[in-house]
Design a protein around this ligand. Sequence first.
Ligand code: CP
Length: 319
Amino acid sequence: MAVESASELKRKDVVGIASLQPGEIQLILDTAEELLEVARRPIKKVPVLRGATVVNLFMEPSTRTRFSFEMAEKRLSADTLNFSASTSSVSKGETLVDTARNLMAMAPDYIVIRHPNVGAPHRLAEVVPASIINAGDGINEHPTQALLDAFTMRQHFGRLEGLNVVIAGDIRHSRVARSNAFLLNKMGAKLRFAAPASLLPAGVEELGATTFLRLEPALEGADVVMMLRIQRERQAAVNFPSAREYYDFFALTEERLALAAPHAVVMHPGPMNRGVEIDSQVADGERSLILDQVTNGVAVRMAILYLLAGGRGAATADS
Ligand code: CP
């Protein structure tokens, strides 16, 4: 299954992987590969978004996604405005749509949004003319994370097609798992989920993964092992007896990683809970691509911003 790259991203918004075509995913990854070079220059800036304004609207905590978007925007020479729920009039009861309409009155070109509610970016995309980029909506999707994960896998293995990818941990509350499932299925990878039954979502069979209730059999022959943290902030009930017991059955240790293919790599979207879902020796080991994921996130987000602008000008042209 060879995926042919689209010639352009003919859309206003990137709200999820579910709505992207395989050719568009390929185009984003190819463009990010070109833009990765910008980070190696003494002056890490290209002028392709000069004069454009990006609002970063983060209604949930974030370290990687927020700073990665801001760095991508600055490297493309855009003007950036940062907005957080706790210091804005959202704390006085203003709705998302009213907030967005007021921001639109200042004519931004893009809004990057992270929101606890499923579908918030999709709703915003319908009511404002700015391009909307989903930086994570509740338990639904985190499309830019899946794209940077795919970029990192492709950078390491030279392909996505046919890779055996294990995603293990709290699949039920993970927008990263959902976006990765959509993307890896579209690009021809083979997906396995490993989690206790209480941390698998209803309708998991629709996500195109082979499901395992123990980690060890899922790891056999895996090329990529992606660990997820337990999202306690999204769980009203306790879905496992204790962190200690979870570690005993589901943590990625060096012994368990030895069950994967000899060339297997380890990934994690962050934030990590060391000693719960992953051991420090594995997280910091030579097979870990965790910090490569963070580096690549900037190039992938630059590619999305650039392509949504219509890809005007050569992506890597100097100022
Ligand atoms: N991967 C990820 O979304 O991390 P942050 O929550 O720190 O943005």
